[in-house]
Design a protein around this ligand. Sequence first.
Ligand code: ZN
Length: 241
Amino acid sequence: MTSTPSISSFPTSAGKNATGNEATGNEATGHSTIGDKANPASGPRQPSRDEAMQAVETLLRWAGDDPRREGLAGTPDRVVRAYEQYFSGYRTDPVEFLQKTFEEAEGYDEMVLLRDIRFESHCEHHMAPIIGRAHIGYLPQNRVVGISKLARVVDVYARRLQIQEKMTVQIANTINEVLQPKGVGVVIEATHQCMTTRGVHKPGTTLVTSRMLGRFRKGDSTRREFLALIGNPGTQGSIGY
Ligand SMILES: [Zn+2]
């Protein structure tokens, strides 16, 4: 499991972000993703639980099975319950997790790094699992947040339908807007089951995406330190999912 290929969206120059677009320069002010959380009030009517279960039953019949047989009798209910967990991120505001900060960190102003935050998400194109890990670093400016909160922010965005590039940007922008640090770096490595178990069937491939803001974008030494601390993702082959 060491020689598998990686697809890398890694920036090749400081001016590029994870998706290869030029920086827009608005990372300090935001306008990005915080309001992008699902807003049931403005979206389509949320179906009832019964309607959701009927939809699962329809899919079971469409797949060629009989939803009335014993083994499938409880399946629509179980699937709906599972969806409540997979997609609980729509009902949570990630900004809330970052509100409680500590200003008395004895002047700590070096990089704070949380790496290997495992997450499970689902791709918005196939609703297939995306399994991976995120690494988050930031340079505090007065305010430091409890490290578990960083992992919570990852979970909130992971528990929505996603594309990895968008999730990377959402996590970085949210931390940047709420904590207003001197810089933020987010790197995500993940495998996409829509690619490994269907379609081109390429097990072992890892998608690496990154979003660098502030000093992480402008300062080569900060970015290098961050990438070295997280072990230069994408260079070590498969992440083993
Ligand atoms: Zn997909």
